[in-house]
Design a protein around this ligand. Sequence first.
Ligand code: NAP
Ligand code: F7E
Length: 331
Amino acid sequence: MPTALVTGITGQDGSYLAELLLKQGYTVVGMVRRTSTINFDRIRHIQQEIEIVQGDLLDQMSLISILQDYRPDEVYNLAAQSFVPTSFTQPVLTGEFTALGVTRLLDAIRIVDPSIRFYQASSSEMFGKVREVPQTEDTAFFPRSPYGVAKVYGHWITVNYRESYGIYACSGILFNHESPRRGLEFVTHKITNAVAKIKLGLSNELRLGNLDSRRDWGYAPDYVRAMWLMLQQEEPDDFVIATGETHSVRDFLEVAFGHAELDWQEFVVQDDSLYRPAEVDLLVGDASKAGRKLGWEPTVSFAELARLMVKDDLEYWRQQVEQGLASPATL
Ligand code: NAP
Ligand code: F7E
């Protein structure tokens, strides 16, 4: 049975990827950083089936030791400081995790076993102020945040280790992908969580920043399938993964509030403090290369994505109310 090491296993994508790899018969090793309180919410249901090991992208020796101890066939590097606004307030830390962390891991692979296959979680944020529409693997990068800049570094160091040392290293340029497991600070989950609370009388306001920016939003479980497919090919390569559709934050509000039969305009307050120093206005990806070479296609539509997230948040908050943990009185 092959062994896969997943960094960032406690995150949205790490948890879905671990599920997929377990189904494929892999031994799954998840790297987690040391925290004073355990944050395994997204992997609790599979915790008994995976091996958890402590390590940190900031600590080179921890990476080398993990590779020596577990001898993985594949490494998926999903760990990062992934929230764009935090990258503006903590740009150096973001560079350490999200950029240099990739080099630390690639160098550990080069030292321990260069036959290990490597996946790097690159991002559509690298396109930033887009040079063409839609964006492909050949579109020039123009990042608009310290996060985007760090991901450009991670992308090119992955390409460089492939070319310099012959490592089977792939960079997946993934556009935004969401799910009920998405962090609550990201705009889709922030919205669907607010829809549920408003519907149940637990809240009456949602503060947001720029409603005009457009994103290509897909469903996270579809996107982790693409990661795995990239590492099963004869030759390593880089792929854009996207739905090919773009929608504004306003469109998402319309659909998400609509699913709960609410009018978003009655509840949304625009808050200047939530605007970013530099914005990415329009993203839409062309995943035709992934379609051709990997046989990959998205399966969940924009409206369905919003619906399933609203449904999950409604279920969560209903349970909280039933258990007396939340009530309209606390509004
Ligand atoms: P996420 O939910 O924010 O998860 C990030 C993971 O990285 C968490 O498990 C976190 O651990 C871990 N981590 C952070 N710093 C670390 C460090 N120094 N050492 C070890 N682990 C560390 O992100 P996601 O949405 O699953 O995204 C996965 C990856 O894809 C990220 O690299 C992200 O930048 C990239 N990406 C995401 C999207 C998207 O739309 N979701 C699109 C393109 C690319 P803790 O639980 O301890 O915080
Ligand atoms: O913002 C606007 C905001 O934070 C989307 C990460 O996974 O995807 C994600 O990055 C848009 C932006 O995602 C709020 O200005 C308005 O234009 O959900 P987001 P992101 O920045 O696109 C990429 C592909 C990654 O790689 C990243 O790791 O929504 N927006 N009002 C808001 N965004 C947030 N978070 N909160 C607001 O209140």
